[in-house]
Design a protein around this ligand. Structure first.
Ligand code: ZN
Length: 135
């Protein structure tokens, strides 16, 4: 595979407003976008540090993936995302090396990126996202 850089780190939070306050008032970052991804039952808030983003994730329903994650493991780092080119080729490469794919094909994520997830069972417990910005 070929990864370009860490595109973002996703962090599951219970209270988005409180978390934004922490990132802005304590860490001194600026929230530049809040977006709801309805089919993932999640609200996201984005911060930028260098070329890497922090993506806060708040569940909009208890049965959504973030709601379940927090129930099981509490707040914290939820996933790490790498920027790639040719996402479909990267997925095929990963699969050919025995990686268990959550998404066999790219789908639309926040910020208009094409995204796909690798299963944490294949990645030492880190839910791993690949994303491609086709602009
Ligand atoms: Zn993400």
């Amino acid at each position: 595979m070929e990864l370009n850089y860490i595109e973002h780190i996703g962090i599951a939070v219970k209270d988005m407003d409180a978390a934004i306050k922490f990132y802005e008032e304590v860490l001194g970052l600026k929230c530049y976008s809040i977006e709801e991804v309805a089919d993932q039952k999640v609200r996201t808030a984005f911060f930028k540090i260098g070329q890497t983003k922090i993506e806060l994730l708040e569940s909009t329903a208890p049965d959504g993936p973030i709601g379940k994650f927090i129930e099981k493991r509490g707040e914290g780092i939820h996933h790490m995302a790498f920027a790639v080119n040719n996402l479909e080729d990267q997925l095929a490469d990963a699969e050919s090396k025995g990686v268990n794919l959550i998404d066999k094909k790219p789908r639309k994520g926040a910020e208009g990126l094409d995204i796909a997830f690798l299963h944490p069972k294949s990645t030492n417990g880190v839910l791993t996202e690949l994303c491609e910005n086709k602009g």
